[in-house]
Write a protein that binds this ligand. Structure first.
Ligand code: HEC
Length: 154
């Protein structure tokens, strides 16, 4: 009986958290205005630690990070044709291919980069970068991939 009550309380607590979180994201989309020139290339992402919406941009550092860590497999321009590509059993994803990337959410791309291909049901030859790159950097890489494919998630 006591255990059941505990479960119930945890359930209610979770529900409240979920409802609050949903409320927040709704709020952030309802105030969306047409983007200004300056805001192009910026996007609202949710900071995973605080669950607060935040603006993520692609900077020169993002491009350099991609060149340094990702281009060996994904290619300098993201076309999946890096020098390592032919040695991999599964071809590195072409980051300019909108038809595929539209079907993936930013969260899925984030997870793939942070925890590796396996974490999102993809090949393990996509390495995990969570120990190498900060979460903010990973968010900006997701943004950069959106720039490469000129696409957003459906
Ligand atoms: C050792 C080669 C290699 C490196 C380096 C690499 N990747 Fe990948 N990546 C892959 C392969 C292979 C796949 C395809 C996995 C699949 O389709 O099953 C992939 C897939 C992806 C995907 C798509 C996941 C999905 O949902 O299909 C993203 C996003 C990605 N990589 C981002 C990056 C980023 C950002 C970097 C640099 C920080 C990077 N990768 C570095 C090999 C690599």
């Amino acid at each position: 009986m006591l255990i059941n009550r505990k479960f119930l309380l945890t359930g209610i607590a979770l529900l409240i958290i979920l409802v609050t979180a949903c409320g927040q994201s709704e709020q952030s989309t309802s105030i969306a205005k047409p983007p200004t020139q300056q805001e192009v290339g910026e996007v609202r992402e949710v900071n995973r630690q605080t669950l607060q919406p935040k603006i993520v941009t692609v900077t020169e550092e993002t491009r350099q990070t991609y060149k340094w860590y990702c281009s060996q497999c994904h290619g300098v321009k993201g076309k999946g044709d890096g020098i390592n590509a032919k040695f991999l059993t599964v071809p590195p994803r072409n980051h300019t291919k909108a038809a595929y990337l539209e079907t993936r959410t930013n969260e899925q791309l984030f997870e793939a980069i942070k925890f590796g291909g396996l974490s999102v049901g993809r090949a393990p030859c996509m390495p995990a970068w969570g120990h190498t790159l900060a979460e903010d950097t990973i968010h900006s890489l997701v943004r950069y991939i959106r720039e490469l494919c000129h696409c957003e998630a459906f």
